[in-house]
Ligand binder design. Sequence first.
Ligand SMILES: Nc1ncnc2c1ncn2[C@@H]1O[C@H](COP(=O)(O)OP(=O)(O)O)[C@@H](O)[C@H]1O
Ligand SMILES: [Mg+2]
Length: 260
Amino acid sequence: MDAAPALAKPIEVEAQGLHYARGGRVIMHDLSCRFPAGRISVVVGASGCGKTTLLRMIACLNRPHAGRILIDGTEDVAHLSDGEVHAFRRRVGMLFQGGALLDSMTVFDNVALPLREHSGFPESRIRDEVHRVFEAVGLANVDELLPGQLSGGMVKRAGLARALVERPDLLLCDEPFSGLDPPTIRRIEELLLFVNQNLGGTMIITSHHNETTMRIADHVVMMVDRAAVSGRPRELLAGGDARVAEFFADVADSVPGAAP
Ligand SMILES: Nc1ncnc2c1ncn2[C@@H]1O[C@H](COP(=O)(O)OP(=O)(O)O)[C@@H](O)[C@H]1O
Ligand SMILES: [Mg+2]
């Protein structure tokens, strides 16, 4: 087994002028924001404002009706051909809500699945790669378990293992803390920080846990009024935008300079 897994090549993502409507309702109107390479960005905003939709656009699962999503300042993933989408997705790991593990398959087989489909590795190499990623996410002795036998925190770890097994350059996590108790939230926070520091890659996480956002975000993108405001967490809170202050009122006391 590799002692030191290869570091991902972090990529910068920049959305420019996104427009998107669904069911006659405009969800994004001239939305622009940037996700710095190699950093943890957290996307926040009221329920239903379009956080999941934005992640799905970055993963080419939804297409904006107008605007661009640039990778490293050049490639526009909003307008790729189907073949190019396939190649781009191989650089992207996704942890969507619920973990999306297949219930009838063991945890090992769930995590091995992307490698079996794409890598062409022999089974011995696949076993090593899966165990490498289990170790990175803090899972042991789960090979033969079914997803239904795991706790909520372990399901997140297993979902994260599957998202990481192909060594993505970009990791997208939709609400990785939802449904977890506070100690487990803290452990998943630490795990995401560990993954960012040790495996590299750019991370974009949606969350409605403001305390978590303040602990882990290098960069915050707040979706509001169908657009986005963003910045480093403390700078954003200290910036005087009333909508930001209202949204983060519960954590303002813990952020120096942010309380009114
Ligand atoms: N499958 C769908 N069909 C129609 N509207 C949807 C669908 N999924 C989400 N929406 C709508 O799109 C908007 C954005 O949803 P979403 O991106 O899930 O928001 P968030 O993740 O911020 O809660 C919401 O107003 C929601 O009602
Ligand atoms: Mg959502």
